[in-house]
Ligand binder design. Structure first.
Ligand SMILES: C[S@@+](CC[C@H](N)C(=O)[O-])C[C@H]1O[C@@H](n2cnc3c(N)ncnc32)[C@H](O)[C@@H]1O
Length: 235
């Protein structure tokens, strides 16, 4: 099956997954998703008072780690295209912490002003973009960051080691869809996530896109390459 990168399709996919996504993600990653989100935020020197954009924010799964850094100061600008995910973000607002501005919009054409944020982060938000969309995302990320600002993207990735690759491929394409079906009563959304992951490969594959947009780029591997992150600095 080939991945469908149409933005309306992707928004609908996550609308369907919204109610089960965070629990499903925690269980099927054996808790690694939380470790990787913490590492994504930990890639950056986020200090009190910073303005941080959380792109492809889902239901706000990364906010816990951002709020630990911001300690009630600064601001989180939370961007997601799925109305269901954004509604779920509102339910998370009650937790004490820095103010959050929820923007239900496309990260490829954001309403945020030029140079208006100190940092950008995103947990698992890259795989549903094709090369053309990643170019647009790189340009948008560069536009909204202030000069010297930094960015961290983390994504589930296909590991390089052959054995791990086979095991991981089987798990993502067979086990996760089965668990997903059990949660969602026959809807195949979680199978699509495996298809996007296989096509995405790893963050190393899109490092040049961000380099060409003007960023200094570092690629990091997490847990033998089962996740990878891009750490970017706007030069
Ligand atoms: C795999 S979830 C990641 C959610 C969360 N960041 C996390 O750490 O689990 C990807 C999210 O990206 C959002 N998304 C996909 N394409 C988008 C776009 N073009 N603009 C904004 N959000 C988008 C989806 O709605 C979904 O909530």
């Amino acid at each position: 099956m080939t991945p469908n990168y149409d933005e309306k399709y992707v928004a609908h996919l996550f609308d369907q997954m919204g109610p089960s996504y965070d629990v499903m993600n925690l269980i099927t990653s054996f808790g690694f998703s939380e470790v990787w989100r913490a590492q994504c935020v930990g890639n950056l020197k986020i200090t009190k008072g910073a303005v941080v954009a959380d792109l492809m924010a889902g239901s706000g799964e990364c906010w816990t780690y951002l709020r630990r850094r911001l300690r009630g100061t600064g601001k989180i600008l939370s961007v997601d295209i799925s109305p269901v995910m954004c509604r779920r973000q509102k339910a998370r607002l009650g937790c004490a912490g820095s103010p959050v501005d929820i923007r239900c919009e496309n990260a490829l054409a954001m309403s945020l002003a030029d140079g208006s944020v100190d940092h950008v982060i995103s947990g698992f938000g890259l795989k549903t973009f094709n090369a053309d969309q990643l170019n647009r995302l790189a340009a948008e990320t560069f536009r909204i960051l202030r000069p010297g600002g930094s960015c961290s993207f983390i994504e589930i990735s296909v590991p390089e080691a052959r054995l791990l690759q086979m095991l991981y491929g089987w798990y993502i394409s067979s086990v996760i869809p089965l668990v997903g079906k059990a949660f969602l009563g026959g809807i195949d959304c979680y199978q699509m996530l495996g298809i996007y992951t296989a096509a995405f490969g790893s963050c190393a594959g899109c490092a040049d896109i961000f380099r060409n947009a003007g960023f200094a780029v570092t690629v990091k591997k997490h847990f033998f390459g089962c996740a990878t992150s891009l750490v970017l600095v706007k030069k």
